[in-house]
Design a protein around this ligand. Structure first.
Ligand SMILES: NC(=O)c1ccc[n+]([C@@H]2O[C@H](COP(=O)([O-])OP(=O)(O)OC[C@H]3O[C@@H](n4cnc5c(N)ncnc54)[C@H](OP(=O)(O)O)[C@@H]3O)[C@@H](O)[C@H]2O)c1
Length: 255
C-alpha cells in the first residue's frame, strides 16, 4: 500500500547543478518550497530568480556540507520561522576518478571528506530534527558504484559503499519510528560530474529524468530508489557473483 507523503518544504543539498538542481526545479514545479544548498551562492541566487514564477519558492541556503555548524544554523533559522523541511535530500557529492598508479591517501581523503563526512554532517542535524518532530523523510544519495569495486572508482565507490551500509543500518534502527529513511542509487546521469568520464556511459539518463524517478520513488514505499531499472538490475546480479567470475567479467565489460 502506498503512503501519502505530504511535503510542503524540502532541503536539497548539491542543488547548484546536476541531479540536485533538477530535483529542486521539479519540487518547486510541484509546489514544494525548497531550501537549496551548495557552495556557490551566485548560482543558487540565479536559480531562485529563474524559478520565481513557480508554485514553490526556492530559497538559496549557501553552505559547505562539511561545515556542520553552518548547517545547524540553518536548522535553527528554519525552526524559528516554523518552516522545517519535511523532505531532506542529501545529494551533494563529488567524483575523482583515478587508477591504482595515481592513488594517494590525500586524494581519497579529500573525496571522502565531501561524500562521506559531508553527508554525515548534514545527516546529524537532519536526523535530530526529524526525531524531535517525530516525522520526516530523509534520502541519502549513494550510487550503484557502491555495490562493488569498479575500475578507477576506488575512492568514489568506497564512499558510496559506506553510505549504502550506513543507510541500511539506520533504516533498521528507525523501524517503528515515523522517520522515513531512503537510499538513492542511480546509474549514470548526464551532469558535470559524469562529463569528466572518458568512457561511453551505458544507459545514461538526463538529470530531469533522474529527478522524476527519485521523486516517484520517494512517493513509493521502496527503501532503495535505483534507476534505470534494466541497468541497475544487471549490477544487482553482478553483486551476487563470486570474485572468480566478477573480476574477469567486469574487466571485459569495462575494457
Ligand atoms: N551523475 C551520476 O551519474 C551519478 C550517479 C550516481 C550517483 N550520483 C551522485 O549524485 C550526487 C549529485 O551528482 P551530480 O552528478 O549531480 O554531481 P554534480 O553535477 O557534480 O553536482 C554536485 C553538486 O554538489 C555540490 N557540492 C559539491 N561539494 C559540495 C560541498 N562540499 N558542499 C556543498 N555542496 C557541494 C555542488 O555545488 P557547489 O560546487 O556549488 O558546491 C553541486 O551542486 C552526488 O552525490 C553523486 O555522487 C551521481
Amino acid at each position: 500500500m502506498k503512503t501519502k507523503h505530504i511535503r510542503q518544504t524540502a532541503w536539497v543539498t548539491g542543488a547548484s547543478q546536476g541531479i540536485g538542481r533538477a530535483l529542486a526545479v521539479t519540487l518547486c514545479r510541484q509546489g514544494v518550497n525548497v531550501y537549496a544548498s551548495a557552495r556557490r551562492s551566485d548560482v543558487l541566487e540565479a536559480l531562485a530568480h529563474e524559478l520565481k514564477d513557480m508554485p514553490g519558492v526556492l530559497t538559496p541556503c549557501p553552505l559547505d556540507v562539511t561545515d556542520q555548524a553552518a548547517i545547524e544554523r540553518c536548522f535553527e533559522k528554519w525552526e524559528h520561522n516554523s518552516r522545517l523541511p519535511d523532505l531532506i535530500i542529501l545529494n551533494a557529492g563529488t567524483h575523482d576518478p583515478f587508477t591504482a598508479q595515481e592513488f594517494s591517501a590525500e586524494r581519497v581523503e579529500a573525496l571522502m571528506h565531501t561524500n562521506l563526512s559531508g553527508t554525515l554532517r548534514s545527516l546529524d542535524p537532519s536526523l535530530k530534527c526529524c526525531l524531535k518532530r517525530g516525522r520526516g523523510q530523509i534520502a541519502i544519495m549513494a550510487s550503484v558504484a557502491g555495490y562493488r569495486g569498479l575500475p578507477t572508482a576506488a575512492a568514489y565507490g568506497a564512499s558510496k559503499a559506506a553510505l549504502i551500509n550506513l543507510a541500511e543500518s539506520l533504516k533498521l534502527d528507525l523501524v517503528g519510528s515515523d522517520i522515513d529513511l531512503r537510499l538513492i542509487n542511480p546509474g549514470f546521469v548526464r551532469t558535470p560530474l559524469t562529463d569528466k568520464n572518458e568512457f561511453t556511459m551505458p544507459a545514461l539518463v538526463e538529470p530531469e529524468q533522474a529527478a522524476e524517478w527519485i521523486i516517484k520513488g520517494l512517493d513509493s514505499n521502496r527503501f532503495e530508489i535505483s534507476f534505470p531499472a534494466r541497468f541497475t538490475s544487471v549490477l544487482k546480479l553482478l553483486r551476487c557473483l563470486p570474485y572468480a567470475w566478477y573480476f574477469p567479467l567486469v574487466r571485459k565489460l569495462t575494457a
